[in-house]
Design a protein around this ligand. Structure first.
Ligand code: PLP
Length: 384
């Protein structure tokens, strides 16, 4: 539904899910079949597409990115007293997955250029209690994985990649989500590819992958049973139900089928913002998103206002003009639950600065060229 401002202009929402041609026929096929629970034909098809896109050894669809993180945390066998080093600038789910095991997230600072965790701060956060490092690739811009993998190797601990934003992003170390021991994707309807709510866990090590199938399926070896590897299935490990229904998988399969087209449309919008705002940014002390080597997922386009006050003024100005921009992530170290459940190492100056000045503008697949013209003109009419 299109909302209007009081002056009768169309409101451009911050995000809007994209519809490709096959979601509705796929969902109809599922509903008319006898199989709408998980792990049917569409789960297999969508999983195969994820494997092709990422080159992962194993991918398991989950009910959300959050559940993929929960599943990863369970597979690490974390327990109270253990610690996991995480960036403070990230979504809550990275931390809740750790807290749900009884372990403690240790918040460290990020790199001001990308919002990704700063390897030097990761190293500073490691103690004898550290059992893993979690990184998040903000906007699908790769964190410094060569430095982080080296720190993890020295400490003998695994790296978990929160790649909710960066499906299929290629780097010289491999595709994001497949460089560490495990990686997660989100298919929430704000993501480039979605199924309403959904996610995936990518797993490198075959033994962990086998165990992940069990934990995902209520602690049973049902997946082995379905492949004919055991003659009955039973409860063999801890677990819960992390598998999505075929209805979600049917939507996801169509979205993944159109991945290239979706990315092309999103990159065209991202490139317009990046190119056409340069002059205005320069004159207003505004810093535009500048991924190293321009590697990113066209998931977000953001800019940094010179001050927190200017961020608020710019967001209000966009809203007054019927354009919904937004901030991102109240840093977890300063959140109520972060203070209760976590521990902070370092002064967090970059995290606070990155978050308090960040303005994200609408970037979604169906945004028209006229919408982008209007967003650009509105931004350019704002003076800091
Ligand atoms: C970086 C990041 N990680 C994890 C998640 C959680 O994913 P989901 O909403 O699929 O649970 C999100 C969701 O927005 C996210 O942005």
């Amino acid at each position: 539904m299109v909302s209007m401002t009081t002056s009768g202009t169309k409101v451009i929402p911050f995000s809007r899910p994209y519809l490709t041609p096959n979601e509705i026929p796929n969902v109809t096929a599922v509903l008319e079949s006898d199989h709408s629970h998980g792990d049917g034909t569409f789960t297999a098809l969508a999983t195969q597409r994820i494997l092709e896109l990422t080159g992962a050894h194993k991918a398991l669809l989950t009910t959300s990115g959050t559940h993929a993180l929960d599943l990863a945390a369970r597979l690490l066998d974390l327990s109270p007293g253990d610690e996991v080093v995480v960036p403070s600038f990230q979504f809550s789910s990275g931390a809740t997955s750790i807290v749900s095991t009884g372990a403690t997230p240790v918040f460290v600072d990020v790199d001001l250029a990308t919002g990704n965790v700063d390897p030097a701060q990761v190293a500073a956060g490691i103690t004898s209690k550290t059992k893993a490092i979690q990184v998040m690739h903000y906007g699908g811009v790769p964190a410094d994985m060569s430095a982080i993998m080296a720190i993890a190797a020295d400490a003998g601990i695994p790296v978990i990649e929160d790649n909710a934003h960066g499906l299929g992003v290629k780097t010289n170390l491999g595709v994001l989500g497949t460089i560490g021991s495990m990686g997660i994707q989100s298919f929430h309807d704000t993501k480039n590819v979605h199924c309403g709510e959904g996610g995936a866990l990518l797993i490198k090590d075959p033994a962990t992958a086998e165990r992940a199938e069990i934990v995902r399926e209520k602690g049973t070896n049902r997946s082995r049973f379905l492949r004919g590897q055991v003659d009955k299935y039973t409860w063999v490990d801890q677990g819960s139900s992390y598998l999505p229904s075929e209805i979600n998988a049917a939507v996801l399969d169509s979205q993944l089928e159109h991945f290239d087209e979706i990315q092309e449309k999103r990159f065209a919008i991202w490139n317009r913002y990046r190119t056409e705002l340069s002059y205005w940014a320069l004159g207003n002390d505004i810093v535009l998103m500048s991924p190293p080597d321009f590697i990113h997922a066209a998931h977000v386009f953001y800019l940094h206002a010179p001050t927190a006050e200017a961020q608020q003024r710019l967001l209000a100005y966009l809203r007054e003009n019927g354009i919904i921009g937004t901030f991102h992530y109240v840093p977890l170290h300063s959140s109520p639950a972060g203070q209760k459940f976590g521990r902070t190492v370092g002064n967090m100056a970059n995290t606070d600065s990155f978050s308090s000045r960040l303005v994200r503008v609408p970037l979604w697949t169906g945004l028209t060229s006229a919408d982008v013209d209007r967003i650009l003109a509105t931004l350019e009419s704002f003076s800091v």
